[in-house]
Design a protein around this ligand. Structure first.
Ligand SMILES: O=C(O)[C@H](O)[C@@H](O)[C@H](O)[C@H](O)COP(=O)(O)O
Length: 260
């Protein structure tokens, strides 16, 4: 029985990413203590910029043994790594380089390749690096997700075949705007993570947030983000007040000192 989502609200994006950075560090410390490695899948878009800046601040950065962190990506645009729209490119500049993450710990999706080839090679890499014998799905310690105002997450966009893919771990997908050709992990991968953390800010997302988190009844709603339901792990929504502004039951305000 999946656990109920854990909702946390924050006054603004800065407070939200500070809490997210603190959670990531605590989860990383625990994973490294238990398994000597921390497997995290990064999201794309713009919200991660503030998170990366927070993670590389000295007071946060010194709390985690980054040499034991393995970075993956939940999705990528089909562009070269140096392209300004590359999710890897953003992380490389704002997170990996400042923290001196070794290339051997960075596992990017090769957006420069043909989409199907890139998806197959990334799934092969995931099967080699993340699957455990007793699980037929990769088990990430943490999957970071954003959400668009259409309810997409990763590069799973409403009404596209990638959303209903139930066997493959990584598939090509298409976006309605921006770099249209994408590569994305599928819901099966996301839902087998130990912890899934949505970082959502802004009024423009408040309607979809409310429809997803206060959805009643059995009628399906057309939002891929609503299909994120961990099989065994935890689902956390970190919302700023703007994104949470249409919820009828306001979740607790959180501070970053809370135990994850
Ligand atoms: O590659 C991408 O664009 C992301 O993976 C995508 O799912 C993103 O997380 C959302 O669109 C939210 O983006 P913002 O954080 O910029 O609002």
């Amino acid at each position: 029985m999946p656990l109920a989502p854990e909702l946390h609200t924050f006054a603004d994006a800065q407070e939200l990413v500070l809490a997210a950075a603190d959670l990531l560090v605590q989860l990383g410390q625990r994973a490294i203590a238990e398994r000597n490695r921390f497997l995290v899948a990064l999201s794309g878009g713009s919200t991660p910029k503030a998170l990366y800046a927070t993670l590389t601040s000295p007071t946060i950065a010194r709390r985690l043994d980054w040499a034991k962190v393995h970075f993956f990506f939940g999705d990528e645009r089909c562009v070269p790594p140096e392209h300004h729209e590359s999710n890897f490119g953003l992380a490389q500049a704002m997170l990996f380089a400042p923290l001196h993450i070794p290339p051997s710990s960075i596992h990017r999706i090769q957006g420069e390749d043909l989409p199907e080839a890139a998806a197959i090679s990334y799934e092969t890499l995931l099967r080699r690096l993340t699957a455990t014998p007793e699980e037929q799905w990769p088990v990430f310690d943490l999957v970071l997700l954003g959400m668009g105002d259409d309810g997409h997450t990763a590069s799973l966009f409403p009404g596209t075949p990638a959303v209903s893919e139930s066997t493959r771990w990584v598939v090509p997908s298409s976006a309605p705007q921006g770099p249209r050709s994408r590569i994305t992990i599928t819901l099966g991968v996301i839902n087998h993570a130990s912890v899934i953390l949505f970082l959502v800010t802004g009024h423009n997302k408040a309607t979809v947030v409310q429809r997803i988190l206060e959805h009643r009844g059995d009628d399906p709603i057309p939002y891929p983000a609503a299909l994120v339901r961990p099989e065994h792990g935890r689902l956390l929504w970190y919302l700023d007040y703007a994104a949470a502004s249409k919820l009828t039951t306001t979740p607790p305000h959180s501070t970053s000192q809370e135990d994850p």
